[in-house]
Design a protein. Sequence first.
Length: 107
Amino acid sequence: MTPSAETTGANGAIWAAIMASGVGSFALGLVVILSELGLPLAPSLYPPAGGVSGRTTIAALVWIISWVVLHRRWRHQHIEGGRVTAIAVLLILLGLLGVFPPTWGLL
């Protein structure tokens, strides 16, 4: 029988969710940048919304997949949050930079 997260002090599931939010944010920024460069990664899934429907769908899938993978790997571990927080914040900031229209003008 595996000890529960409450008895072992495991906090990996929480950090998996936080890291996955950074991965999903970065994925959205990357997909937007690549779309602006002319790479047809994300088709328009809902024509009135345009390309944003495909871009956000891809980013959401990357977020969910990364959350599932990280959760399965980290759920029984105790993780120090400093490094995970720094990486997640960096990924979120890079994702925000990618969806910021003046960034596209630099390309």
